[in-house]
Design a protein around this ligand. Sequence first.
Ligand code: ADP
Ligand code: ADP
Length: 221
Amino acid sequence: MAVIQFQDVTKVYPLPAGDVVALDGVSLDIDSGEFVSIMGPSGSGKSTLLNIMGSLDVPTSGDVYISGSRIGVMNDDELTLLRRDHIGFIFQHFNLIPLLSAVENVEYPMILRGRKTEARKRAVEVLAAVGLEESLYTHKPNELSGGQQQRVAIARALVNEPDFLLCDEPTGNLDTKTGTGIMNLLSRMNDGGTTVIVVTHDPRMTEYSNRTISIVDGRLA
Ligand code: ADP
Ligand code: ADP
């Protein structure tokens, strides 16, 4: 089953100096269970592709289906619910909430979904699954290393069982060894059935994924 479908997708940014074509006739399918890396030079359209896959943006023309919903016809509230209920986001800078502890950061998306009573138990389970030491569960993000923060962020992204994980340079802020640990973790999550999509400059990621999509000048190469 396809979790993401692009059919002849174009994204144009109108600028005073002339239109910028960020995506130019992109068609692709990503199936449930895949581990896909998306690579390309700076300015090739990776962020634009990622924003549309994350239903943060909609195409100028063409059709995009995310978890079966056609996003071009949805309003902002519908897109917000689609993101909340179906997509787990992982970022280069972790984007944890600074005032909340590790376990509270992971509980938070469950509380937003009205799952407060089961939140602590589930958050602890997922933190164990991503390999964070139990003594760190009550630490705030600024008391954790980069690799530890990314593990918390991955737990937070997984806690509501999304249809897929969308990762934007997940190792971009980590040293080589820590980055390898995070790639291994994503790979292990994929072995467990999680669909993983990673936009990255890191060529090592292609060794972990089952498919690499290359983008150049807004077109799939
Ligand atoms: P990448 O992530 O591969 O660096 P982007 O998707 O950010 O590529 O950019 C693709 C092209 O679209 C670039 O020429 C970029 O300058 C342009 N672009 C991206 N976002 C915007 C925007 N919000 N407004 C105008 N131009 C943009
Ligand atoms: P990345 O490191 O992911 O490629 P960028 O620096 O290309 O990030 O872009 C960061 C953000 O700025 C993106 O969300 C992109 O849409 C936006 N952006 C990129 N280029 C432009 C532009 N020329 N005008 C306006 N926004 C842009």
